[in-house]
Ligand binder design. Structure first.
Ligand code: PMV
Length: 320
């Protein structure tokens, strides 16, 4: 049965500033979401994931739990087949919970589309797959940057510069060892983006300066990655984090933990994604003592610690 595996994505630098046209750098991770497609044994579309099992008679029906998957079924039907796809069973396996700032929706979308196309014996190139995945995200969310879907499909390090209309997979392939702390999020990406917009309209000159600094950090990180200058990379992560905190998108749990890491000599750490928890990305590993401290500081917001994560350069993988 066709199976597609799409990498999760971490934002290394530039979140929020990217919404205003500045540079951001994302990395695909060797943590992959798996989507399997097989014929349905009934006349219903069946979707099975950590969010539960859903059965639909019609792909136009509302699906509050699996909106990206149902939208993928609709897009394949309208853009590729020109008729509704026959009922299928779709099974999703993810190494992390949804909404933790690791682009699970982008990875699920890309893997669903790739597995569906393989099931239908239709070949498309990666650029088109990235485009279709972005289309699904826009249809579900109303607005979405192509960064997450593009990075999940292509793999590697992706630099985006919306002001210049540029998105590119870098030829850099540094081996960087990362760890992640997953933190329960309360506010949504939409809330946090709206908060930054309110700051921007009220304190435009200040917020623009913060964005310019984030942009400079993002570009400097390319140099640090090329030279594998880990100390500099770590310093840039801490400074980017503090600028995000200045924008008010972090929270005291995450700020306390990151400043504790910095004082304890951890090479680098920052929040990743929209904020208020989600993912903390750490350069290298942390000791068991520091992991205990993380649980203590984050309390009931602590979800998981994942070590030995590295950048994935293979992108989406499809198998039968
Ligand atoms: O937390 P996430 O994975 O939804 O990331 C949001 C990143 C932002 O820069 C805040 C918004 C965006 O569309 O780029």
């Amino acid at each position: 049965m066709p199976l597609a595996r799409a990498p999760l994505v971490v934002k290394l630098f530039g979140e929020h500033a990217v919404v205003y046209g500045y540079h951001a750098l994302a990395a695909a991770l060797n943590l992959k979401v798996e989507v399997k497609v097989e014929p349905s044994s009934s006349r219903e579309y069946v979707i099975e994931s950590a969010l539960g099992v859903e059965r639909l008679r019609d792909i136009r029906a509302d699906s509050p739990r699996h909106r990206y998957i149902v939208q993928s079924l609709r897009v394949v039907s309208s853009d590729i087949l020109g008729r509704d796809i026959e009922p299928v069973k779709i099974t999703v396996n993810s190494p992390v919970p949804p909404s933790c700032g690791l682009a699970t929706s982008a990875a699920v979308t890309a893997a669903t589309l790739a597995a569906l196309l393989k099931y239908l014996n239709i070949k498309v190139d990666r650029a088109y797959l990235a485009e279709l995945s972005h289309k699904v995200e826009v249809l579900v969310q109303g607005r979405a940057s192509p960064m997450d879907t593009y990075t999940s499909v292509m793999g590697g390090l992706v630099l985006i510069y919306p002001r210049g209309g540029e998105i590119s997979r870098l030829s850099l392939t540094p081996r960087v060892d990362l760890s992640l702390v997953l933190v329960q999020r309360v506010k949504t990406t939409k809330d946090l983006v709206a908060h930054v917009y309110a700051m921007y309209t009220r304190y435009r000159e200040i917020v623009e300066k913060i964005f310019e600094l984030i942009d400079e950090i993002c570009l400097k990180s390319l140099n640090a990655l090329t030279k594998l200058n880990i100390d500099e990379l770590g310093m840039l992560m801490y400074v980017n984090h503090n600028l995000l905190s200045a924008l008010g998108v972090s929270n005291h749990y995450v700020d306390s933990l990151i400043s504790y890491f910095r004082q304890s000599g951890v090479l680098g750490a920052k929040m990743s994604g929209a904020g208020d928890g989600g993912t903390i990305v750490i350069l290298g590993k942390i000791s068991e003592d520091l992991e205990r401290k993380a649980r203590e500081i984050l309390r009931d917001r602590y979800l998981a610690y994942i070590s030995s994560v590295c950048i994935d350069y293979s992108g989406i993988e499809i198998a039968r």
